[in-house]
Write a protein that binds this ligand. Structure first.
Ligand code: TYM
Length: 332
């Protein structure tokens, strides 16, 4: 079975974007691939996180992933900081990656904003740690949302340079797996910005924990234009908000925007938003109930994560130790 790796930051409550773009696609992989999923707390602290909140959010993220269908017995689910191999390989990759490569990363530019001088050094080398996450397992497939594509290209550049510099074929080429429907879920307030757990406005996103009234209100208030829904996807041109809401319903219903428009094309947004809110509530409420149930027994959740870390370390430890040997580090 091919090995799959993916990660998610515990920097807030998972959003509908995380769910449709990533988490939901991880679930079926448990049956077809050797699947490794990680709550990436080292990545989260590249921007300030309140320590108490970070700990709570790390647990909540693990509970959310299990509630969405990840089964700690059928996949390896763990917390990044629990497996030291990630940080060790990331340091080696900091010395392999070139500044010019990192300077091209659009996510750093977006996240650092105008005041780049005050961004953390960790935010700058974020993609090197991400490359280490994947290569520490010799994983070959990485299911992510569209926004991570550039980071995965960099992970391949790093592997290639490592292999070349040390004259080995050690790290394999990785392949991104990006869904076609809902690969980039946009903000509900601005169709040109991606939906994000760290956006200042809670109205911009659906959190997996939002209750029925909150979901209905956020969808009702979602930005749209005055025209009715187009009859065909070609009518999305210049209408990013319409494209986004239709994409969300297609994602939730496991169908295509074309099929959604065949059913709802020509309707006004008022009527369509009601359908969308109802579908979201029906889809998310069982997940929320399961997440709350899991969070009632923190001991059991922590035990599952500890076991996940042991299984992850058993794979990553020999690979990273070999990378250290190739670099010329003296054996411990
Ligand atoms: P994070 O936590 O920002 O996002 C987790 C996953 O959710 C996807 N995603 C989206 N998909 C569609 N629409 C959106 N609006 C949206 N927002 C987020 C992301 O593409 C991602 O797949 N850097 C990674 C975490 C990571 C990682 C890794 C991923 C760390 N190490 C190794 C893969 C392999 C990230 O963006 O997390």
């Amino acid at each position: 079975m091919q090995r799959v790796f993916s990660g998610i930051q515990p920097s807030g409550i998972p959003t509908l974007g995380n769910y449709l773009g990533a988490i939901r696609n991880w679930v079926p992989m448990q049956d077809t691939h050797e699947s490794i999923f990680c709550v990436v707390d080292l990545h989260a602290i590249t921007v300030w996180q309140d320590p108490k909140e970070l700990a709570a959010q790390t647990r909540e993220m693990a509970a959310a992933l299990i509630a969405c269908g990840l089964d700690p017995h059928r996949c390896i689910l763990f917390v990044q900081s629990h497996v030291h191999a990630h940080a060790r390989l990331a340091w080696i990759f900091n010395c392999v990656a070139r500044l010019g490569w990192l300077n091209r990363m659009t996510q750093f530019k977006d996240k650092a904003g105008k005041d780049r001088e005050s961004a953390s050094a960790g935010l700058y080398v974020y993609p090197n740690l991400m490359a280490a996450d994947i290569h520490a397992y010799h994983a070959v497939k990485v299911p992510v949302g569209d926004d991570q594509k550039q980071h995965l290209e960099l992970a391949n550049d790093i592997a290639q340079k490592f292999n070349h510099d040390y004259g080995v074929e050690f790290f394999p080429t990785i392949e991104p797996m990006i869904q076609t429907v809902a690969a980039r879920v946009m903000s509900l307030r601005d169709g040109s910005k991606k939906m994000s757990k760290s956006d200042a406005s809670d109205q911009s996103r659906i959190n997996l924990t939002d209750d029925a009234d909150t979901i209905a209100l956020k969808i009702r208030r979602a930005k749209t234009d005055p025209e009715p829904l187009p009859e065909h996807v070609s009518g999305f041109e210049g209408r990013p908000e319409a494209r986004n809401l239709v994409g969300i319903l297609a994602g939730i219903g496991n169908t295509t925007p074309d099929a959604v428009l065949r059913e709802h094309g020509g309707k006004g947004f008022g009527a369509f938003k009601e359908v969308l809110a109802e579908a979201l509530v029906a889809h998310l409420s069982p997940i929320q109930a399961e997440m709350n149930r899991l969070l009632e027994d923190k001991g059991a959740l922590d035990a599952a994560l500890r076991l996940g870390a042991q299984r992850a370390a058993a794979i990553a430890e020999p690979i990273v130790t070999e990378a250290e040997r190739l670099v010329g580090f003296l054996p411990r």
